[in-house]
Write a protein that binds this ligand. Sequence first.
Ligand SMILES: Nc1ncnc2c1ncn2[C@@H]1O[C@H](COP(=O)(O)OP(=O)(O)OP(=O)(O)O)[C@@H](O)[C@H]1O
Length: 366
Amino acid sequence: MGAGPGTHAHDGIAAGDGAVIETRGLTKRYRGGRPAVDRLDLAVPAGSVFGFLGPNGSGKTTTIRMLLGLIAPTAGSVRLLGRPMPGAGRAVLPEVGALIEGPALYGYLSGRDNLLRYDSADPTADPRTRTARVAAALDRVGLAPAAGKKARAYSLGMKQRLGLASALLRPRRLLVLDEPTNGLDPQGMREIRALVRELAAEGTTVFLSSHLLDEIEQVCTHVAVMTRGRLITQGTVAELAAGARGRLAVTTPDTGEAVRVLAGHGVTDVSVAGDRVSGRLPTGDMAATEAGTAATTGAADTEGTTGTAGTADGAGAAGGAASVDPADLNAALVRAGVRVRAFGVERVSLEDAFVALTGEGFDVAG
Ligand SMILES: Nc1ncnc2c1ncn2[C@@H]1O[C@H](COP(=O)(O)OP(=O)(O)OP(=O)(O)O)[C@@H](O)[C@H]1O
């Protein structure tokens, strides 16, 4: 969608089938309270840029800590790169780069020395290539010119990039990034997002948490949506948007008749502005209400304004209103003598999809 990486196959989420991260019934209950993470079934396909979306406090960080074996689940299981965690941590974690809750940095050391020190603490890292790998990682995140500066003089964005560099000291199969753009200015956000796209294009699976819908829309191929510890849905970004109702726009000199025909075919919220009639397409309810079933929808084209609406098979499986093929609406308009100058279905934003899914607003500005 939009600037999202379109080169990735829209592979659905088949649990266990090439999943780089897989959780079953993953639950964390801190002392006393309701579960911070509640029976989470997550399946992150290899090669995806997987957005883990949810408002603050929805359980994202807690989940990530369990994925990496940093805290023990109350119940359920985690497989990382196909191996059980935390048991296989020693074998698996060297292939996983992680950035959680801001990197731990030594302010009195330079950026370069921080990375040298970090790498030295890794018994599986090759000391002979250390200097070169550190230089490459600094270069990668654009910190080479500031490599000799003390870390305490770094801006927040530079610290964040240094943290990313530490995750990039060796090739990784998986990167786990907890709110990687949190606290950054727009330029810093753009840089991190560009880097994520670049890494993904090289074949690294990226799992990143965010409370920013537009961020997920810009960089992710897949998304899982969390609220209050529960997973609401997961699937490709396109599928999620396709499950929400699209808006239809018809340009015609015969607006009155067009309104009548469209309303008669189930289009709701019809409005007229000049020679443009728009309204909400009737589609099935959201594709999925339970984890994992979003992937049952077929490929859906929601790009641009002229594509057909995502009338994917199974989209109406959850019940609710029947979906309508926009082609039939166009035919009905023409049959009724409405002269159609332009006819299109606007793409649905992830925000629309989220609101449709949860019935809640979402603080897109963070
Ligand atoms: N160590 C802890 N002890 C007790 N409760 C905790 C602890 N860590 C998190 N929680 C609670 O668990 C819930 C989920 O928090 P978590 O940090 O996982 O959410 P999040 O989605 O990552 O949000 P944020 O972006 O604000 O970190 C919250 O209600 C939080 O208060």
